[in-house]
Design a protein around this ligand. Structure first.
Ligand code: BMA
Length: 387
């Protein structure tokens, strides 16, 4: 009898442990684990709509408290905010797009306190040459791996990232969970860590080292890790540098309409194909799927949101999608924006603003008000945490 009771307890404990679905970091904070679990289920309802640098600036304005191009059009903020750490490694006070890190910290806190999700990318400079992220050089990844000539330098850069991540605190002093999108667009040749600039094995080693260092050495426990490619041809191509299930929380890709994929039909076909492939990769590997960056620069098609983007993505299993930044006029005269803004077009009700409002109202798109209702940082009762 006693033996039977003992076995029953053992079985119960084993079942409870198996039922635990933990992220890459098994010691992730409670809020981080809660976010991870919520994001796993979210795609049944729809996707969070995200926007890079949303609270910092938009087209024609900068640092106006409470302002957001998304809010100007919809009355609501994004359900996910993207931020960027490039130049933190050099101890600069502003990032590569001139956003001050101290302001970024308060924007992150604001987004989190109101219930939205935070994701961060890092266009870190080339540690071998001192050039930018867009200046590849042979041997860069090898040089920062353990034993490489720039390994200590790379670790000192990670120390700065760790300090920033650890400085993100909510009202009660808890760490703010962040989806860290390291080495993004890693199948393209434009970044020093991408495509032909290193081998699959080197990238995997770099990935695993980076996480081990942040998680185990620096004790950063508020991060989920996103692996994302640019456009890709097949599941095999997407998986070419995949570091493994135990090193990945979120599976994604970046896609832009324009240039070599300009017609709506072509974009929808390509986008749909990649979404279908990512659905099955994410299901097979038990990962959260997301469109980690997307956009159609300057939104030349007034119906794009409801006639091209939304119908293509509906029915797929993305937890979030993130539009890139509304930089407006950039030095050098280029123009860049991916979300409509007040005054776009010749009258306030023209351009793609009306269409974006329809997109906002579709129950499938989740902005901040919906994100807040989901209580993404609260525990889901159904899965106990045994810690
Ligand atoms: C690019 C552009 C650049 C920017 C970079 C990093 O896609 O938006 O202007 O500097 O991202 O954020």
């Amino acid at each position: 009898m006693r033996a039977t009771l003992f076995s029953l307890i053992q079985i119960f404990l084993l079942a409870a442990v198996c039922a635990q679905d933990l992220p890459v970091d098994p010691n992730a904070t409670r809020e981080t684990v809660a976010l991870y679990r919520h994001l796993k289920d979210l795609s049944a309802k729809g996707f969070l709509f995200g926007h890079q640098d949303d609270l910092a600036y938009g087209v024609g304005w900068k640092y106006i408290p409470g302002r957001s191009d998304v809010k100007d059009i919809t009355g609501d903020y994004p359900g996910l905010f993207g931020w960027e750490l490039g130049r933190i490694e050099l101890d600069h006070t502003v990032n590569l797009d001139s956003v001050p890190f101290d302001r970024m910290r308060s924007f992150i806190r604001d987004g989190y306190e109101k219930g939205s999700v935070i994701t961060i990318s890092w266009h870190l400079n080339n540690p071998l040459t001192g050039g930018t992220a867009w200046q590849p050089a042979p041997g860069t990844v090898a040089a920062i791996l353990p034993g490489g000539e720039k390994h200590e330098l790379y670790k000192s850069w990670l120390d700065k990232v760790a300090a920033f991540m650890l400085s993100l605190k909510g009202e009660k002093g808890e760490s703010i969970p962040v989806i860290f999108r390291i080495f993004h667009e890693l199948n393209g040749n434009w970044f020093w860590w991408g495509g032909k600039n290193c081998s699959a094995d080197e990238l995997k080693q770099l990935w695993q080292f980076t996480i081990r260092y942040l998680r185990d050495q620096k004790q950063v426990h508020n991060l989920l890790y996103a692996y994302n490619t640019d456009r890709f041809a097949s599941a095999e191509a997407w998986l070419e540098k995949y570091p493994g299930d135990e090193w990945t929380d979120i599976a994604g890709f970046d896609i832009y309409q324009g240039n070599n994929i300009s017609r709506n039909e072509d974009f929808a076909r390509e986008f749909g194909r990649m979404l279908t492939t990512l659905d099955s990769i994410a299901a097979g590997h038990h990962k959260i799927a997301a469109v980690t960056e997307f956009g159609y620069n300057s939104l030349p098609d007034a119906d794009w949101w409801t006639q091209t983007f939304l119908p293509t993505i509906k029915g797929h299993r993305m937890a979030y999608v993130m539009a890139w930044r509304n930089a407006g006029e950039k030095p050098g005269g280029q123009h860049e924006f991916y979300v409509p803004y007040k005054g776009q077009g010749s009258a306030p009700d023209q351009g793609s603003a009306v269409d974006f409002l329809k997109f906002y109202k579709d129950p499938y798109t989740l902005f901040q008000k919906e994100a807040a209702k989901e209580k993404l940082y609260h525990h889901m009762a159904k899965v106990p945490i045994l810690r």
